[in-house]
Write a protein that binds this ligand. Sequence first.
Ligand code: SF4
Ligand code: SF4
Length: 441
Amino acid sequence: MGRRRFYGGVHPEYNKDHTRELGIEEMPLPEKLVVYFTQNLGAPPRPVVEKGDEVKKGQVIAEPGGFVSAPVHAPTSGKIKSIDLYPHPVGTDMPAAVIIPDGADEWVEGCNAERDITDLDGDKIKNLIQGGGLVGMGGASFPTHVKLSPPGDKKIDLLILNGAECEPYLTADHRLMLEKPEEILEGASLFARVLGVQKVIVAIERNKPDAIEVMRKKCIEHGGFSVAALDVVYPQGAEKQLIFALTKRRVPAGGLPMDVSVLVQNVGTAFAAYEAVRYARPLVKRVVTVTGRGIVHPKNVLARVGTSFEDLVGFCGGMKDETGKVINGGPMMGVAQYSLDASVTKGTSGVVFLVRDEIPQFISDACIRCGRCLDACPMRLNPSVLSVFIERMHFDEAEEYNVLDCIECGCCAYVCPSRRPLVHHFRRAKAEIRKRPKKTG
Ligand code: SF4
Ligand code: SF4
Protein backbone atom coordinates (compact mmCIF):
# COMPACT_ATOMS: atom_id res chain seq x y z
CA MET A 1 0.00 0.00 0.00
CA GLY A 2 1.32 3.51 -0.87
CA ARG A 3 2.03 6.15 1.76
CA ARG A 4 -1.15 7.79 2.99
CA ARG A 5 0.10 11.34 3.15
CA PHE A 6 0.54 14.55 1.15
CA TYR A 7 3.24 17.03 0.11
CA GLY A 8 4.87 19.09 2.90
CA GLY A 9 3.67 19.13 6.48
CA VAL A 10 5.53 19.00 9.78
CA HIS A 11 5.94 16.77 12.82
CA PRO A 12 5.24 18.88 15.90
CA GLU A 13 5.29 17.47 19.44
CA TYR A 14 1.86 15.89 19.67
CA ASN A 15 1.48 16.16 23.46
CA LYS A 16 -1.71 14.11 23.45
CA ASP A 17 -0.61 12.04 26.46
CA HIS A 18 -2.17 14.54 28.87
CA THR A 19 -5.70 13.37 27.92
CA ARG A 20 -5.65 10.45 25.44
CA GLU A 21 -6.35 7.87 28.15
CA LEU A 22 -8.98 9.94 29.95
CA GLY A 23 -12.65 9.13 29.39
CA ILE A 24 -15.10 11.91 28.51
CA GLU A 25 -16.45 13.57 31.69
CA GLU A 26 -19.71 15.49 31.60
CA MET A 27 -19.42 18.87 33.30
CA PRO A 28 -22.20 19.87 35.72
CA LEU A 29 -24.45 22.73 34.69
CA PRO A 30 -22.61 26.04 35.25
CA GLU A 31 -24.26 28.98 37.02
CA LYS A 32 -24.28 30.99 33.80
CA LEU A 33 -24.08 30.25 30.07
CA VAL A 34 -23.01 32.81 27.47
CA VAL A 35 -24.40 31.65 24.13
CA TYR A 36 -23.22 33.56 21.04
CA PHE A 37 -25.83 34.13 18.36
CA THR A 38 -23.22 33.61 15.65
CA GLN A 39 -21.65 30.16 15.73
CA ASN A 40 -21.39 29.35 12.04
CA LEU A 41 -19.49 30.46 8.97
CA GLY A 42 -21.89 32.26 6.65
CA ALA A 43 -24.85 34.49 7.45
CA PRO A 44 -25.19 35.46 11.14
CA PRO A 45 -28.36 34.03 12.74
CA ARG A 46 -31.09 36.45 13.96
CA PRO A 47 -31.84 36.52 17.71
CA VAL A 48 -35.47 35.68 18.56
CA VAL A 49 -35.30 36.11 22.34
CA GLU A 50 -35.14 39.16 24.59
CA LYS A 51 -33.84 39.99 28.02
CA GLY A 52 -36.15 38.48 30.65
CA ASP A 53 -37.49 35.64 28.46
CA GLU A 54 -37.81 32.17 29.95
CA VAL A 55 -36.37 29.47 27.69
CA LYS A 56 -36.40 25.69 27.63
CA LYS A 57 -33.50 23.46 26.67
CA GLY A 58 -33.36 23.01 22.91
CA GLN A 59 -35.50 26.11 22.23
CA VAL A 60 -34.32 28.18 19.26
CA ILE A 61 -32.82 31.47 20.49
CA ALA A 62 -31.50 32.58 17.07
CA GLU A 63 -32.96 31.68 13.68
CA PRO A 64 -30.83 31.12 10.58
CA GLY A 65 -29.95 34.33 8.76
CA GLY A 66 -30.11 32.63 5.36
CA PHE A 67 -29.46 29.24 3.78
CA VAL A 68 -25.77 29.31 4.77
CA SER A 69 -26.55 29.69 8.44
CA ALA A 70 -27.60 27.53 11.40
CA PRO A 71 -30.05 28.08 14.26
CA VAL A 72 -28.76 28.41 17.82
CA HIS A 73 -30.55 26.65 20.69
CA ALA A 74 -30.68 27.18 24.44
CA PRO A 75 -28.34 24.64 26.10
CA THR A 76 -30.55 24.39 29.20
CA SER A 77 -33.76 25.80 30.64
CA GLY A 78 -33.61 29.13 32.45
CA LYS A 79 -33.96 32.88 32.05
CA ILE A 80 -32.24 35.27 29.65
CA LYS A 81 -30.49 37.66 32.04
CA SER A 82 -29.06 39.92 29.36
CA ILE A 83 -28.11 40.24 25.72
CA ASP A 84 -24.81 41.95 25.17
CA LEU A 85 -21.43 41.83 23.45
CA TYR A 86 -19.07 39.21 24.87
CA PRO A 87 -15.50 38.18 24.02
CA HIS A 88 -15.71 35.41 21.39
CA PRO A 89 -12.95 32.78 21.10
CA VAL A 90 -12.13 34.03 17.57
CA GLY A 91 -10.86 37.26 19.13
CA THR A 92 -13.64 39.81 18.65
CA ASP A 93 -16.66 40.71 20.77
CA MET A 94 -19.94 39.23 19.53
CA PRO A 95 -23.58 39.44 20.65
CA ALA A 96 -24.62 36.69 23.04
CA ALA A 97 -27.48 35.70 25.34
CA VAL A 98 -26.57 35.21 28.99
CA ILE A 99 -28.74 32.39 30.33
CA ILE A 100 -29.13 31.77 34.06
CA PRO A 101 -30.10 28.08 34.37
CA ASP A 102 -33.15 27.22 36.49
CA GLY A 103 -31.63 23.83 37.34
CA ALA A 104 -34.53 21.83 35.86
CA ASP A 105 -32.71 21.31 32.53
CA GLU A 106 -36.12 20.84 30.93
CA TRP A 107 -36.38 20.17 27.19
CA VAL A 108 -38.70 22.17 24.99
CA GLU A 109 -41.60 20.17 23.57
CA GLY A 110 -40.59 18.06 20.56
CA CYS A 111 -36.94 17.68 21.55
CA ASN A 112 -35.30 14.67 23.18
CA ALA A 113 -37.82 12.27 21.63
CA GLU A 114 -36.64 9.05 19.98
CA ARG A 115 -37.79 8.56 16.41
CA ASP A 116 -37.69 5.64 14.01
CA ILE A 117 -35.12 6.59 11.37
CA THR A 118 -35.38 3.44 9.25
CA ASP A 119 -37.41 4.94 6.44
CA LEU A 120 -36.37 8.60 6.59
CA ASP A 121 -35.46 9.91 3.15
CA GLY A 122 -32.47 12.13 2.41
CA ASP A 123 -34.43 15.41 2.39
CA LYS A 124 -36.05 14.70 5.75
CA ILE A 125 -32.67 13.79 7.28
CA LYS A 126 -31.13 16.97 5.91
CA ASN A 127 -34.00 19.06 7.33
CA LEU A 128 -33.53 17.51 10.76
CA ILE A 129 -29.79 18.19 10.62
CA GLN A 130 -30.49 21.79 9.61
CA GLY A 131 -33.05 22.19 12.40
CA GLY A 132 -30.56 20.77 14.89
CA GLY A 133 -28.17 23.64 14.19
CA LEU A 134 -25.32 21.40 13.07
CA VAL A 135 -22.05 22.90 11.89
CA GLY A 136 -18.68 21.31 11.19
CA MET A 137 -17.26 20.48 14.60
CA GLY A 138 -13.63 20.10 13.56
CA GLY A 139 -13.29 23.87 13.89
CA ALA A 140 -14.58 25.20 10.56
CA SER A 141 -18.19 25.64 11.77
CA PHE A 142 -19.61 25.54 8.23
CA PRO A 143 -23.34 24.63 8.31
CA THR A 144 -23.62 20.87 7.80
CA HIS A 145 -26.85 20.94 5.76
CA VAL A 146 -25.15 23.20 3.20
CA LYS A 147 -22.25 20.81 2.85
CA LEU A 148 -24.82 18.05 2.32
CA SER A 149 -26.41 20.02 -0.56
CA PRO A 150 -23.94 19.87 -3.46
CA PRO A 151 -25.26 21.25 -6.77
CA GLY A 152 -26.83 18.67 -9.11
CA ASP A 153 -23.78 18.55 -11.37
CA LYS A 154 -21.47 17.59 -8.47
CA LYS A 155 -22.02 13.90 -7.87
CA ILE A 156 -20.39 12.67 -4.65
CA ASP A 157 -19.01 9.11 -4.72
CA LEU A 158 -17.04 9.05 -1.46
CA LEU A 159 -17.73 10.23 2.07
CA ILE A 160 -14.67 10.61 4.28
CA LEU A 161 -15.27 10.64 8.00
CA ASN A 162 -12.45 12.73 9.42
CA GLY A 163 -11.02 11.25 12.61
CA ALA A 164 -7.44 12.33 11.88
CA GLU A 165 -7.32 14.89 14.73
CA CYS A 166 -3.84 15.95 13.70
CA GLU A 167 -3.69 19.08 15.90
CA PRO A 168 -1.32 18.61 18.84
CA TYR A 169 -2.88 18.23 22.29
CA LEU A 170 -6.47 17.58 21.13
CA THR A 171 -8.08 14.22 21.91
CA ALA A 172 -11.81 15.02 21.79
CA ASP A 173 -12.40 13.12 18.51
CA HIS A 174 -10.13 10.27 19.63
CA ARG A 175 -12.18 9.73 22.80
CA LEU A 176 -15.47 10.05 20.93
CA MET A 177 -14.39 7.32 18.49
CA LEU A 178 -13.51 5.05 21.43
CA GLU A 179 -16.66 5.76 23.40
CA LYS A 180 -19.34 6.34 20.74
CA PRO A 181 -18.23 4.41 17.64
CA GLU A 182 -21.67 3.01 16.80
CA GLU A 183 -23.34 6.41 17.06
CA ILE A 184 -20.66 7.99 14.85
CA LEU A 185 -21.15 5.36 12.15
CA GLU A 186 -24.94 5.71 12.38
CA GLY A 187 -24.45 9.44 11.82
CA ALA A 188 -22.21 8.68 8.83
CA SER A 189 -24.93 6.36 7.46
CA LEU A 190 -27.36 9.28 7.62
CA PHE A 191 -24.92 11.49 5.68
CA ALA A 192 -24.44 8.69 3.14
CA ARG A 193 -28.21 8.36 2.73
CA VAL A 194 -28.57 12.10 2.05
CA LEU A 195 -25.80 11.99 -0.56
CA GLY A 196 -26.68 8.63 -2.10
CA VAL A 197 -23.11 7.48 -1.40
CA GLN A 198 -22.18 3.81 -0.93
CA LYS A 199 -18.54 4.20 0.06
CA VAL A 200 -17.48 5.63 3.43
CA ILE A 201 -13.90 5.78 4.72
CA VAL A 202 -13.13 6.60 8.34
CA ALA A 203 -9.72 8.29 8.27
CA ILE A 204 -7.61 8.03 11.44
CA GLU A 205 -3.92 8.75 12.06
CA ARG A 206 -1.81 5.78 13.12
CA ASN A 207 -1.10 7.36 16.50
CA LYS A 208 -4.60 6.26 17.58
CA PRO A 209 -4.31 2.46 17.17
CA ASP A 210 -7.06 1.79 19.72
CA ALA A 211 -9.52 3.99 17.79
CA ILE A 212 -8.51 2.31 14.51
CA GLU A 213 -9.24 -1.10 16.04
CA VAL A 214 -12.58 -0.10 17.55
CA MET A 215 -13.79 1.61 14.37
CA ARG A 216 -12.63 -1.32 12.19
CA LYS A 217 -14.67 -3.75 14.26
CA LYS A 218 -17.73 -1.54 14.02
CA CYS A 219 -17.28 -0.94 10.29
CA ILE A 220 -17.70 -4.67 9.64
CA GLU A 221 -21.37 -4.23 10.57
CA HIS A 222 -21.77 -1.39 8.03
CA GLY A 223 -21.39 -2.57 4.43
CA GLY A 224 -19.28 -0.20 2.32
CA PHE A 225 -17.56 1.32 5.39
CA SER A 226 -13.83 0.93 6.01
CA VAL A 227 -11.05 2.50 8.09
CA ALA A 228 -7.90 4.01 6.58
CA ALA A 229 -4.85 4.33 8.84
CA LEU A 230 -2.99 7.52 7.91
CA ASP A 231 0.64 8.56 8.34
CA VAL A 232 1.14 10.83 11.32
CA VAL A 233 1.97 14.21 9.85
CA TYR A 234 0.41 17.60 10.42
CA PRO A 235 -2.00 18.81 8.83
CA GLN A 236 -3.24 15.36 7.84
CA GLY A 237 -6.79 16.32 8.88
CA ALA A 238 -7.03 19.34 6.55
CA GLU A 239 -9.64 18.49 3.92
CA LYS A 240 -7.57 18.85 0.77
CA GLN A 241 -4.60 17.03 2.27
CA LEU A 242 -6.81 14.25 3.60
CA ILE A 243 -8.51 13.73 0.25
CA PHE A 244 -5.17 13.58 -1.56
CA ALA A 245 -3.69 11.18 0.99
CA LEU A 246 -6.61 8.78 0.58
CA THR A 247 -7.53 9.06 -3.08
CA LYS A 248 -4.74 10.97 -4.87
CA ARG A 249 -7.48 13.29 -6.12
CA ARG A 250 -6.30 16.89 -6.07
CA VAL A 251 -8.87 19.58 -5.18
CA PRO A 252 -8.20 22.48 -7.59
CA ALA A 253 -7.01 25.87 -6.33
CA GLY A 254 -10.04 27.77 -5.06
CA GLY A 255 -12.12 24.59 -5.36
CA LEU A 256 -14.00 22.41 -2.91
CA PRO A 257 -13.93 18.67 -2.15
CA MET A 258 -17.15 18.26 -4.16
CA ASP A 259 -15.12 19.24 -7.27
CA VAL A 260 -13.40 15.83 -6.94
CA SER A 261 -16.63 14.03 -5.91
CA VAL A 262 -15.74 13.80 -2.22
CA LEU A 263 -17.39 15.09 0.93
CA VAL A 264 -15.58 15.23 4.29
CA GLN A 265 -17.34 15.33 7.65
CA ASN A 266 -15.76 15.33 11.09
CA VAL A 267 -16.51 12.37 13.40
CA GLY A 268 -17.96 14.76 16.02
CA THR A 269 -20.37 16.14 13.44
CA ALA A 270 -21.47 12.59 12.56
CA PHE A 271 -22.19 11.93 16.25
CA ALA A 272 -24.16 15.20 16.48
CA ALA A 273 -26.14 14.23 13.36
CA TYR A 274 -27.17 10.95 14.95
CA GLU A 275 -28.27 12.78 18.12
CA ALA A 276 -30.25 15.34 16.10
CA VAL A 277 -31.98 12.87 13.76
CA ARG A 278 -32.54 9.89 16.06
CA TYR A 279 -33.29 11.71 19.32
CA ALA A 280 -34.31 15.23 18.22
CA ARG A 281 -31.48 16.70 20.30
CA PRO A 282 -30.06 19.89 18.79
CA LEU A 283 -26.37 20.70 19.10
CA VAL A 284 -26.10 22.14 22.62
CA LYS A 285 -23.17 20.10 24.00
CA ARG A 286 -19.81 18.99 22.70
CA VAL A 287 -16.55 17.34 23.80
CA VAL A 288 -13.81 19.87 24.55
CA THR A 289 -10.23 18.83 25.37
CA VAL A 290 -9.02 21.06 28.21
CA THR A 291 -5.31 20.39 28.37
CA GLY A 292 -1.68 21.46 28.53
CA ARG A 293 0.97 21.84 31.20
CA GLY A 294 -0.77 24.97 32.45
CA ILE A 295 -3.94 23.24 33.66
CA VAL A 296 -4.03 21.27 36.94
CA HIS A 297 -6.20 18.32 35.80
CA PRO A 298 -6.40 18.03 32.00
CA LYS A 299 -9.67 16.42 30.85
CA ASN A 300 -11.92 15.60 27.92
CA VAL A 301 -14.99 17.51 28.98
CA LEU A 302 -18.54 17.14 27.68
CA ALA A 303 -19.53 20.79 28.04
CA ARG A 304 -22.62 22.82 27.19
CA VAL A 305 -22.29 25.34 24.43
CA GLY A 306 -21.99 28.64 26.31
CA THR A 307 -19.77 27.34 29.14
CA SER A 308 -17.15 29.98 29.91
CA PHE A 309 -13.47 29.07 29.68
CA GLU A 310 -13.23 30.19 33.30
CA ASP A 311 -15.77 27.53 34.32
CA LEU A 312 -13.89 24.92 32.28
CA VAL A 313 -10.73 25.88 34.18
CA GLY A 314 -12.59 25.53 37.49
CA PHE A 315 -13.84 22.06 36.49
CA CYS A 316 -10.27 21.05 35.63
CA GLY A 317 -8.74 22.03 38.97
CA GLY A 318 -7.55 25.54 38.06
CA MET A 319 -4.78 27.13 36.05
CA LYS A 320 -1.14 26.95 37.16
CA ASP A 321 0.81 30.14 37.95
CA GLU A 322 3.31 29.47 35.18
CA THR A 323 0.63 29.50 32.44
CA GLY A 324 1.65 31.96 29.76
CA LYS A 325 -0.80 31.40 26.94
CA VAL A 326 -4.37 30.13 26.51
CA ILE A 327 -5.40 28.95 23.04
CA ASN A 328 -8.86 28.21 21.65
CA GLY A 329 -8.22 25.09 19.54
CA GLY A 330 -4.79 23.55 19.09
CA PRO A 331 -1.44 25.36 19.10
CA MET A 332 -1.00 25.13 15.30
CA MET A 333 -4.27 26.67 14.11
CA GLY A 334 -5.85 27.96 17.30
CA VAL A 335 -6.43 31.53 18.42
CA ALA A 336 -4.73 32.98 21.53
CA GLN A 337 -7.19 34.24 24.15
CA TYR A 338 -6.84 37.51 26.01
CA SER A 339 -9.43 36.57 28.63
CA LEU A 340 -11.13 33.53 30.14
CA ASP A 341 -14.50 35.21 29.55
CA ALA A 342 -14.86 33.59 26.11
CA SER A 343 -17.24 30.63 26.00
CA VAL A 344 -17.51 27.25 24.31
CA THR A 345 -19.04 27.36 20.83
CA LYS A 346 -20.14 24.51 18.56
CA GLY A 347 -16.65 24.68 17.01
CA THR A 348 -14.58 24.58 20.22
CA SER A 349 -12.62 21.34 20.05
CA GLY A 350 -10.17 22.25 22.79
CA VAL A 351 -8.65 24.86 25.04
CA VAL A 352 -4.89 24.53 25.51
CA PHE A 353 -2.94 26.07 28.39
CA LEU A 354 0.77 26.48 27.61
CA VAL A 355 3.36 27.36 30.24
CA ARG A 356 5.80 30.18 29.56
CA ASP A 357 8.79 28.09 28.47
CA GLU A 358 6.68 26.43 25.71
CA ILE A 359 5.66 29.63 23.98
CA PRO A 360 7.50 30.43 20.73
CA GLN A 361 8.65 34.05 20.63
CA PHE A 362 7.96 35.79 17.33
CA ILE A 363 10.94 38.11 16.99
CA SER A 364 10.12 39.08 13.40
CA ASP A 365 13.68 38.79 12.14
CA ALA A 366 14.27 39.24 8.43
CA CYS A 367 13.76 36.30 6.11
CA ILE A 368 17.08 34.50 5.56
CA ARG A 369 15.77 32.72 2.43
CA CYS A 370 16.40 29.29 3.93
CA GLY A 371 13.44 27.80 2.02
CA ARG A 372 12.20 25.68 4.90
CA CYS A 373 8.71 27.18 4.67
CA LEU A 374 8.46 26.14 1.01
CA ASP A 375 9.22 22.54 1.90
CA ALA A 376 6.71 22.57 4.74
CA CYS A 377 3.75 24.24 3.01
CA PRO A 378 1.14 21.57 2.19
CA MET A 379 -0.48 23.96 -0.31
CA ARG A 380 2.82 24.39 -2.24
CA LEU A 381 2.77 28.16 -1.66
CA ASN A 382 5.82 30.37 -1.23
CA PRO A 383 5.34 31.76 2.29
CA SER A 384 8.65 33.62 2.17
CA VAL A 385 7.75 35.70 -0.89
CA LEU A 386 4.13 36.13 0.22
CA SER A 387 5.14 37.52 3.60
CA VAL A 388 7.47 40.08 2.01
CA PHE A 389 4.67 41.24 -0.34
CA ILE A 390 2.30 41.59 2.59
CA GLU A 391 4.80 43.49 4.76
CA ARG A 392 4.99 45.99 1.88
CA MET A 393 1.18 46.05 1.56
CA HIS A 394 1.40 44.56 -1.95
CA PHE A 395 -1.87 42.65 -1.64
CA ASP A 396 -2.42 42.31 -5.41
CA GLU A 397 0.87 40.45 -5.74
CA ALA A 398 0.00 38.31 -2.71
CA GLU A 399 -3.27 37.37 -4.43
CA GLU A 400 -1.40 36.50 -7.62
CA TYR A 401 0.80 34.21 -5.54
CA ASN A 402 -2.37 32.48 -4.26
CA VAL A 403 -2.46 33.66 -0.67
CA LEU A 404 -6.20 32.87 -0.72
CA ASP A 405 -5.28 29.16 -0.95
CA CYS A 406 -3.48 29.36 2.39
CA ILE A 407 -5.23 27.07 4.87
CA GLU A 408 -3.57 28.84 7.84
CA CYS A 409 -2.13 25.55 9.04
CA GLY A 410 0.93 27.22 10.59
CA CYS A 411 3.51 24.76 9.14
CA CYS A 412 5.56 27.61 7.64
CA ALA A 413 5.72 29.56 10.91
CA TYR A 414 6.53 26.35 12.79
CA VAL A 415 9.70 25.69 10.75
CA CYS A 416 10.82 29.31 10.25
CA PRO A 417 14.17 29.85 12.02
CA SER A 418 13.55 33.61 12.05
CA ARG A 419 10.22 33.02 13.76
CA ARG A 420 8.46 35.34 11.37
CA PRO A 421 4.73 35.80 12.14
CA LEU A 422 3.76 34.32 8.78
CA VAL A 423 0.21 33.15 9.50
CA HIS A 424 -0.62 36.53 10.96
CA HIS A 425 0.48 38.10 7.66
CA PHE A 426 -1.60 35.67 5.60
CA ARG A 427 -4.76 36.17 7.67
CA ARG A 428 -4.37 39.91 7.29
CA ALA A 429 -3.85 39.71 3.53
CA LYS A 430 -6.84 37.40 3.05
CA ALA A 431 -9.06 39.77 5.03
CA GLU A 432 -7.81 42.76 2.99
CA ILE A 433 -8.36 41.00 -0.34
CA ARG A 434 -11.85 39.78 0.59
CA LYS A 435 -12.86 43.29 1.68
CA ARG A 436 -12.15 44.68 -1.78
CA PRO A 437 -14.79 44.96 -4.49
CA LYS A 438 -14.65 42.00 -6.86
CA LYS A 439 -12.79 42.68 -10.12
CA THR A 440 -14.93 42.45 -13.25
CA GLY A 441 -14.06 41.85 -16.89
S1 SF4 B 1 1.44 29.45 3.72
FE1 SF4 B 1 -0.51 28.90 4.66
S2 SF4 B 1 -0.92 26.82 3.90
FE2 SF4 B 1 1.28 27.23 3.58
S3 SF4 B 1 2.28 26.46 5.41
FE3 SF4 B 1 1.90 28.63 5.76
S4 SF4 B 1 -0.06 28.67 6.84
FE4 SF4 B 1 0.10 26.62 5.90
S1 SF4 C 1 11.37 29.70 6.75
FE1 SF4 C 1 11.41 31.85 7.43
S2 SF4 C 1 13.48 32.54 7.05
FE2 SF4 C 1 13.24 30.62 5.92
S3 SF4 C 1 12.59 31.29 3.84
FE3 SF4 C 1 10.74 30.92 5.01
S4 SF4 C 1 10.18 32.93 5.87
FE4 SF4 C 1 12.34 33.05 5.23
